[in-house]
Each structure stands twice: as C-alpha cells, then as structure tokens.
Design a protein. Structure first.
Length: 232
C-alpha cells in the first residue's frame, strides 16, 4: 500500500477518533516526557525589557518561552497534542495524508498551519525544535522509513527533540490488517535498526520504552546533538 492508500483508508474512519469514548489522553505522557528535554530558551534578553517599564520601576513580566516550531506528523483530527506543545512555547504545525482527518482538524483550529501531504515526499519547510510522529510512522513504507527518519533528524534544530512511536520488533517486517475496518499497512525496521539510524544521523537517544507491554508499541525520544561550531 502507498501512503496515499493509507490516507484514503483513514478518510473512511474518522469517526473512530471523534467518538466520545476515544481516549484523548493517549500519548500525552510521552509528549510531556519528550518536551521536557528541550532546553530553556528565553523569549527576550534582559536588555530588551521595554524602557517604559523600567522607567516606572516595574518588574519585567514573565514571558512564555519561545522555542521555535513543532511539526506533528500524522497529526490526525483530535488536536489533543496542540495545547501541550504550545504550552512549551512552540508554534504547532501538523501534517497528515488523510484529507478528511485534516478537514476536521482545520475546522477546529483554522488559524493553525496544516499540510496535507505524504511526509516521505514532502519538502519540510524549516527546522523544528520538536518533531513528533505518534502512531503514524509505522504507516510509512518499509523502504522509505530509513530515509524518512534521517530527514526528520536533519530538520531538527540543534538540541531539537524527535518523538515517535513504532513497532519495537526484533527484525524488520511489514503487513496489512483490517482491524479498524479498511485495510491498513504497517511496517517496522526493528528496534535496533531504528536506534542505529538515529545515532548515525547525529541523534542522542534519550528514552526508549515499551509503554504498552506486552504489546510491541514502543516510544523513542532522540535529541539532535549540537553542531561542533556552536559548541566551541
């Protein structure tokens, strides 16, 4: 199956995420952990405090941290990760291959940026402080997973954080099933290969967890190393 086929499959099952019984807390703990690794970046230096405030003897107000942009891959329609991402001082953007999922997401948040595209061929427009792919990366074709993962790390800012969930299998493999209704594709490179790729791409592994054991649902958090020029 192609990513476009996966998108069409998800177009037919948006009701699974909009029904009242959907678990809106799914993934929240993983996002909190991943975002905790971001370095603090104050939104303004002390010398940029408005002069009128200083003249009045007022203490500078606490400003929210400004940490750049976040890209949510396979963002779906719930927008449940938007508040936690924005509370970390990030500007949220989402991408999904399902037109119907994005139609629901954009109706709820019309001022936000959403891209309807296949992340494998999508030209990522900027560097991001945070990139996430919650329960979506495994839909990427097996042959495209390694280059896609490298592309994501490459588009992290220095010390940026990548969070994604995957099938933590011992070996690589792929299959389809119809558990949700339509046929949907899944693939995994195997946990060890994911970690090898991430480290080869310049990432530092911060966290690995089989969070739904004995299921092979696996969380990986990686932080991009600071470039040598900036570190010196």
């Amino acid at each position: 199956m192609t990513p476009e086929d996966t998108g069409k499959a998800y177009d037919t099952i948006t009701h699974l995420w909009t029904r009242p019984e959907f678990n809106q807390k799914n993934g929240i703990t993983a996002y909190q952990k991943a975002l905790s690794f971001l370095a603090d970046t104050p939104s303004q230096e002390p010398d940029t405090v408005p002069s009128e405030a200083l003249n009045k003897g007022e203490a500078p107000k606490d400003e929210p941290k400004k940490r750049g942009y976040a890209l949510d891959i396979g963002c779906g329609c719930t927008n449940r990760f938007v508040p936690i991402v924005e509370s970390a001082g990030l500007t949220y953007e989402g991408i999904d291959v399902s037109k119907e999922m994005l139609a629901i997401a954009t109706a709820q948040l019309p001022a936000h940026t959403f891209y309807c595209a296949d992340v494998c061929t999508f030209t990522i427009p900027k560097h991001y402080s945070f990139i996430s792919a919650w329960d979506s990366f495994w839909h990427i074709p097996l042959t495209q997973q390694e280059p896609s993962l490298k592309k994501l790390v490459n588009h992290l800012s220095d010390e940026g954080v990548l969070l994604f969930s995957c099938g933590g299998t011992d070996e690589s493999g792929q299959h389809t099933n119809e558990v949700m209704g339509p046929e949907v594709y899944y693939a995994s490179l195997g946990l060890h290969r994911y970690l090898e790729i991430l480290m080869e791409a310049g990432g530092f592994i911060r966290h690995v967890e089989f969070d739904q054991h004995p299921e092979l649902h696996t969380i990986i958090i990686v932080q991009k190393k600071q470039s040598k020029n900036k570190a010196e």
